[in-house]
Design a protein around this ligand. Structure first.
Ligand code: NAD
Length: 429
């Protein structure tokens, strides 16, 4: 199938290269010229395990191309995926300006039947908006259909997730479009939910905000564990083995971050408000999430007395391991709070780039030991595996005072306490 993918970020790049891997002919478009030049040369602008190999194979076999020209991609395409970002607007709703711009681009260049698909996360009604824009702006009479096909991949395992989805959701009012998309996804062998566009659009928000709710719930339970002297790890296991609850997303920490959960929660609250529904459950989820960053800073304050003039080593800046994405990462908020309290902050993350440290105004160090040398405390904010297997004996020697706040419950408290560390996890008091 001939496929146009407009927007070649985390979602578009994975979508385009994986469809090429499945034997389709794909052109990925982006307005970022530097990104397109890099990608055309086989260089991957983001850190995503396995993506480099899929892109290299696509380029080598001539099935994958990158371009800054929407026209080049859309002419002759049977399907066009809109994969641009949909960030929060000032009122929390999703900013659809890029989606609308791409819809107009598609209208100007479509030259035959094409299914226009929103893969970006978009509020209910967007497929209808895209359809209106295309209908109004088509210069010639060209047949088209619209569909909503939300994406559920996770950064850090995006290629695997794309190739092994739990389900595919297709929302469309057109049998022809549903047939085409069913054919396209058939090789993945995943359960297919074919529904109308509003339902497909809502499935994505309902899924993300449900997971966000689970995280805030276990964070609240963890805070209670700290207060009453219970162990949240065992509470989560005891809950999670119940098949109605499940073990996933019951890990307490510094709160959820990333480019999706916070913005999608805000967007769903805004969508509900537009329809006179106060989604107070989700407002609570976000409040707990904001508060959780302060919980981590308070743990450091409890250990150090005051943060003013103290050196804190921050281990991990990405919002989760196996990605370089720092969008809405809890580490950004926590570093800002530490700096505001007068702490001197040194950071280490295996993949996050120099520009992030510059933006935060903190020193970048070459490794976790360098960050911790002469530090008054370490705060572990991203659960990179390399933090698990350090020489903690040496760590105790190089630190000014052996304090660890483990915001991801990654480390082994008894071992660390035996080595003389003052250790605090989340909900493991
Ligand atoms: P991104 O910022 O990584 O990528 C978006 C890309 O679109 C950028 O490279 C940008 O330059 C490009 N772009 C913007 N306007 C354009 C235009 N007019 N023409 C061509 N290219 C244009 O964003 P992302 O993380 O890939 O997310 C895209 C969408 O997918 C969002 O709605 C997001 O909520 C959703 N989503 C993201 C994930 C994720 O894990 N990142 C998962 C599922 C869904």
């Amino acid at each position: 199938m001939k496929i146009a993918v407009i927007g070649s970020g985390y979602v578009g790049l994975v979508t385009g290269s994986c469809f090429a891997e499945l034997g389709n002919e794909v052109v990925c478009v982006d307005i970022d010229e530097e990104k397109v030049a890099k990608l055309s040369a086989g260089q991957i602008p983001i850190y995503e395990p396995g993506l480099d190999e899929v892109v290299a194979r696509g380029l080598e076999r001539g099935r994958l191309r990158f371009s800054t020209s929407a026209a080049e991609a859309i002419r002759g395409a049977q399907v066009a995926f809109i994969c641009v970002q949909t960030p929060s607007a000032a009122d929390g709703s999703a900013d659809l300006s890029r989606v609308e711009q791409v819809a107009a681009d598609i209208a100007s260049h479509a030259d035959g039947y094409v299914v226009v698909i929103t893969k970006s996360t978009v509020p209910v009604g967007t497929a209808g908006r895209v359809e209106r824009i295309i209908r109004e702006q088509l210069p010639v009479q060209v047949e088209f259909d619209v569909a909503s096909n939300p994406e559920f991949l996770r950064e850090g395992s995006a290629v695997f997730d794309f190739m092994h989805p739990d389900r595919i959701v297709i929302g469309t009012g057109s049998e022809r479009a549903a047939g085409l998309l069913t054919d396209l996804y058939r090789p993945l062998g995943a359960p297919l939910i074919v529904t109308d566009t509003p339902t497909a659009e809502l499935i994505k928000y309902a899924s993300n905000t449900f997971l966000a709710t689970k995280i805030s719930f276990i964070n609240a339970i963890a805070n209670l564990c700290d207060a009453v002297g219970a162990d949240v790890k065992d509470v989560a296991l005891g809950m999670g083995y119940d098949s109605r609850i499940g073990l996933e997303f019951l890990k307490p920490g510094p709160g959820f971050g990333g480019s999706c959960f916070p913005k999608d929660s805000r967007a769903l609250i805004a969508l509900a408000a537009q329809h006179d529904y106060d989604f107070h459950l989700l407002r609570g989820v976000l409040e707990i999430n904001d508060e959780q960053r302060r919980v981590i800073v308070r743990k450091l304050e409890r250990q150090l007395g005051t943060l003013a003039g103290k050196t804190v080593a921050v281990w991990g800046i990405a919002f989760k391991p196996n990605t370089d994405d720092v969008r809405d990462s809890p580490a950004l908020d926590i570093v800002e709070q530490l700096l505001a309290a007068g702490a001197i902050v040194r950071g280490y993350d295996p993949v996050v780039g120099e520009n992030v440290y510059e933006r935060l105004g903190i020193t970048r160090t070459a490794g976790p030991m360098d960050a911790a040398t002469d530090a008054d405390a370490v705060v572990l904010l991203t659960e990179w595996n390399e933090f698990r297997w350090l020489d903690f004996h040496r760590l105790a020697e190089v630190m000014r005072s052996p304090v660890i706040v483990d915001a991801r419950n990654l480390l082994d408290p008894p071992v660390l306490r035996q080595l003389g560390f003052r250790y605090e996890g989340v909900g493991r008091s």
